[in-house]
Design a protein around this ligand. Structure first.
Ligand SMILES: Nc1ncnc2c1ncn2[C@@H]1O[C@H](COP(=O)(O)OP(=O)(O)OP(=O)(O)O)[C@@H](O)[C@H]1O
Ligand SMILES: [Mg+2]
Length: 397
């Protein structure tokens, strides 16, 4: 009996030792991860000249963005998240950890975050050419001519690069990300004018308040939103496809999706493009500032833009098909029908739960179900990917 209790005590001690070692290792891992993840507030203050106005790169729906210079000479962009979020530090940290794993040459690299001050912040690589909107829309109004007209080859590279980045977010990333806010100012350009999608996954940092309607004011921008998303809050990868279609037409034409100064006939980019396409004159859409361009590519991009902006969700291609259309010479594009009307709401309507999972799929996409937006962004995204991950995400929240 004594021998038995001695044996038990001995085993218990060994297990306890092993448990302690495992816990120590876990704590060590967490420390290393946190070390990599977090920037000290003080470091960011010094890097950005105490968030001086001179360092401000812009101001978007989440708050201001500042340029910073780290002691090792690295340039960074610091995004202050001024919007109220109910998310706790642990959830925020988990989401940032996940976003750090979302890496692709056509996505802006997230470097880490800071959660010390009153506002949480995200730290990104700095891109010297700012965003596509400066090149497309302010070319006639910038005195230093920094944002010269982009030539056709560059525009086509941007169109394919954004498609590649979106395909990665939708199909290849460790977790599916529906961007929700694809637009010219969210396409940043590196020193060689290669495109990088910014602000992906940001909605994950603001899990909404399920009981409130119209309180969550991040996702979607006037003129880029798919009609079913703007009007009913139905979210799917095809929501991004619609916005991508609008963006493609903006790149081809060098104008904004809505421009009242162009007169009633041309003001609405989608309506005008459709009219030109029906009249057999798609090339009239091409930016008049372009001295030369590849007419086959330009006509194809016009048709592709219209296809992506179809009213009916299943009629839009998924990003796999878009990528194929752009990279294959032999692909014959289907004829588009009349495009949908862009969402004019500009606000995300939060509703109580994720509801429908319609069969809005096409041959090459097995999981493009449309889901009604819930306040919990991760839930929606995972629901639209598969149902297994729903439970695990729910557990974590
Ligand atoms: N990593 C970065 N490097 C360089 N410039 C950046 C970077 N991130 C953002 N910017 C600049 O800061 C501006 C503001 O960005 P921000 O994302 O806050 O606003 P937005 O894209 O106009 O709107 P939204 O909040 O809807 O995304 C952008 O237009 C871009 O020019
Ligand atoms: Mg942005």
């Amino acid at each position: 009996m004594r021998l038995l209790s001695l044996l038990c005590a001995c085993l218990e001690k060994r297990f306890r030792g092993r448990r302690r070692r495992a816990a120590d290792e876990e704590a060590e891992d967490a420390a290393v991860e946190s070390w990599d993840l977090f920037f000290e507030l003080r470091t960011l203050q010094v890097a950005t000249n105490f968030f001086s106005e001179l360092n401000q790169l812009g101001h978007g729906g989440f708050g201001p963005v500042y340029k910073g210079l780290m002691p090792n000479g690295q340039e960074i962009a610091v995004k202050k998240l001024s919007l109220e979020s109910r998310q706790g530090l642990r959830e925020f940290t988990n989401e940032v950890k996940l976003l750090l794993k979302i890496q692709h040459k056509n996505l802006v690299t997230l470097l880490g975050c800071c959660a010390e001050g009153p506002e949480k912040m995200l730290v990104y690589e700095y891109l010297p050419n700012k965003s596509l909107d400066y090149f497309l829309f302010s070319k006639n109004s910038n005195p230093d001519k920094k944002y010269a007209t982009l030539d056709w080859t560059t525009r086509y590279r941007i169109i394919t690069g954004v498609a590649r980045g979106l395909l990665y977010l939708h199909e290849e990333a460790p977790e599916r990300i529906i961007h929700r806010d694809i637009k010219a100012s969210n396409i940043l350009l590196d020193e060689h004018l290669n495109p990088k999608i910014s602000d992906f996954g940001l909605a994950r940092l603001f899990p909404g308040e399920d009981t409130h309607v119209n309180t969550f004011r991040i996702s979607g921008t006037h003129g880029y939103m798919a009609p079913e998303y703007a009007m009913h809050g139905y979210l799917s990868v095809k929501t991004d496809v619609f916005s991508y279609g609008v963006l493609v037409l903006e790149i081809v034409s060098g104008r904004k999706n809505h421009d009242g100064q162009l007169g009633a006939e041309k003001a609405d980019l989608l309506g005008y493009t459709w009219k030109l396409y029906q009249g057999g004159k798609p090339l009239e859409l091409v930016d008049p500032n372009l001295a030369k361009y590849n007419s086959d590519e330009a006509a194809m991009c016009t048709q592709l833009g219209l296809l992506c902006c179809q009213q009916s969700v299943p009629d839009r291609p998924d990003m796999n098909s878009v990528h194929l259309m752009l990279s294959s010479d032999s692909f014959t594009l289907p004829r588009p029908g009349k495009p949908g009307i862009q969402g004019r709401g500009g606000r995300w309507t939060t509703t109580s739960t994720a509801l429908t999972n319609t069969n809005a799929t096409n041959a090459s996409s097995s999981h493009t179900g449309v889901t009604k937006v819930s306040g919990s962004s991760s839930f929606v995204e995972d629901f639209s990917r598969n149902s297994i991950s729903v439970s695990s995400i729910d557990e974590g929240r």
